[in-house]
Write a protein that binds this ligand. Sequence first.
Ligand code: HAM
Length: 426
Amino acid sequence: MSNIQNMIKGIKGVKDILPEETHLWRLVEETARGWAVRFGFQEIRVPIFEVTTLFARSIGSSTDIVEKEMYTFADRDGASLTLRPEGTAGTVRAYIEHNLAADPLPQKYFYVGPMFRHERPQAGRLRQFHQFGVESLGMADPRADVELIALLWRILTDLTLPALTLEINNLGYAADREAYRPELVAYLKQVEEKLCGNCRRRLETNPLRILDCKVPGCREVTESAPILADSLSKEAHTYFTEVEAGLTAIRIPYQRNHRLVRGLDYYGLTTFEVTSTSLGAQNAVGAGGRYDGLVEILGGPPTPAIGFALGLERTVTLLPRALLPSSSAAFEVYVAAFGDRGSEAGFLVLDELRLAGIKAVSDFRSGALKTHLRQADRLRCRFALLIGDDEVAKGFCILRNMQTKAQFEISLSSLSQQILPHIQEP
Ligand code: HAM
């Protein structure tokens, strides 16, 4: 009996992914990988923790992530380290550190793995969650933006996720945002008392973020706020028009959302987000944008870049279950060994079958034939191999087709050769 009081539980907002679900994860990851490779992206694996300054400098010190959500701790030598809240910063750090800019080709990476943010856990919002992310470095061309958005859209539609909407926005260049900021702040100051506490603080630190606050009161007052699109330079406008034309040309449906600001400071020009109405309040499946200044901010050469990350928990939640194969893989052979000599021989047979490439299992707790056969059924095995003391004495065992109940004598001396033809039958 388990002792509940002594039981150690997992951390709030940190989920186990059990075998009944892992096949869904594999499907999502393999689909995403497959598309990324087809689009010319290569896998990169960067560490799960980095020095804290990397994230503070990349994501922005006045963002929610850096201010409130990072898992930061002192290493034994006193260095401040942080569990990565996202994958862009680490990827760009690796790009600079390994001088990948020296390669004449544009650098296109993808990664998959856990990210950590100390947010209030709720459906679709975890403290350890997983992202499939891509980063495309080196191209300041609207077609690179279209290519990236297309990759996200192809992955999601290939997975047949329901009720998806792609929203895009143009954040312009830094100078455009600087020009817009006082205008926005002046407007917001007039309605300050209607803003949530968080947004009142953001008024000083990060006013653009107020535009995509989800609190109803804030949404209402920002409805009539001046929009950034009216302050954009001609260059920013032209760039974005080409992104829109590209999306239309390859028939990717999108909507313009003037409020889409995103919670990370490194973005400029194109930003985008895919949401699904089949999710709850946390409805963003994947999101990203252009971050042309980040490589330089982190000490690298001027390098235009764009990327996105797909939230894997939310993607798995949206997968239509009806289309999916069942989780429990069927095994070919269940070894039902009983009696002393039978059990001994059965253990060797199990190894022999596996070495011959056959998926074989047994349950070492069972001694009786009846229990073994019940387990073989539960594990959806096609065959059971019966070996008792008598069979060992005679030098053979019995192969039983679990569906038809037909039985065949198989010599123990040439077991795998004799079993293979049965297994290969459809
Ligand atoms: P993000 O919008 O912070 O962007 O996260 C991307 C996606 O990760 C979200 O749309 C959501 O699906 C998922 N996600 C974020 N936080 C959580 C959470 N607490 N629980 C579950 N899922 C979550 C980024 O992280 C950027 N690095 C994307 C990017 C790459 N931009 C350029 N390159």
